[in-house]
Write a protein of this length. Sequence first.
Length: 366
Amino acid sequence: MIRYIKINPHERGLLFREGDFKAVLGPGRHWYLDPLFRLRPEVVSPRSPWLAHKDLDLIAKSGKLGDEAIVIDLKDYERALVWIDGRFAALLDSDLYVIWTTERKVRVETIDARAMQLVHADLPAILRAKQAPALLEVLNVGPAHAGIWFRDGAYQATLGPGTYAFWKGVGKLALHDVDLKEQVLDISGQEIMTADKVTLRLNALVAYRIVDPLRSVIEVDGPAQALYRAAQLALREAIGAKDLDSLLADKDALARELSEALRTRAAELGMTIVSTGVRDVILPGDMKELMNKVTEAKKAAEAALITRREETAAMRMQANTAKILESSPTLMKLKELEVLEKVAGKANLTVVLGEDGLTNRVVKLL
């Protein structure tokens, strides 16, 4: 009929009577009269600060915990941050919690999650909690990036580099990480017909940079793909108006035309065009062979023309020399002597010169 329970110094007792919570029993011996065995004592350890019990709601709402524990009853839109002994311990969702305070120093901060964004001085420690992935959406904005966030479809803010956290379950959240660095689109493998009905393949490059992060997010789903499609259409239009010779002669003009055609569309997407370029122009096999023959013929014609020019110049010089020699007999004799000097260097030569000239006075040639 008389029963007792012993509570050690680092323990507490939970006393129930016919299913109702009656008291918290402190350290020591506790005697009670229970002839009908209606009392049910339970021993728990406050050294584990979280009280887990199947009748936690009865214990928390009894009002009999006093200074032994903290009761945390969070509404649907509330969350809680818990520090134990000066260290961040837990991130709590809406629910009922009891934390013992007899053995530990406990601090609880209740937050209204309807603001959605969590701004806190201890955010790095909060994000390390094991409950963080389930309760928080995290956006890490790197250098040369911008973060855009929307709540229920409405734009909220543009965020600079840093780490940001947002509560889940309190609204429709949309986060976008926008890269502001210069990027390059490789437009490859397009088959396009020129104005003179030659089909070719062309590879081009378009360098761009996002200058309006919000516009790049709200105007289109995937601004880079939209710019890619615009570049394809601009190339088809530009090449379709040119013949093959003019295209091959000035690819830089095509790049400039592409840049001008894309500027307006890029501005609509929140971008700016940095540069454009034509990387390769690939001709079909038969057209390539034909172009090689044309080039070979042109080079042969140029070589023949140069040869004819040189021959003409040489003949003109010989004619001028003949005229000069004809008008000057003395110069003619000197020229003859010059020839004789060259011949004498290779053979024995006896020459008798008269007034009629060299050719009529050759006596002996060995």
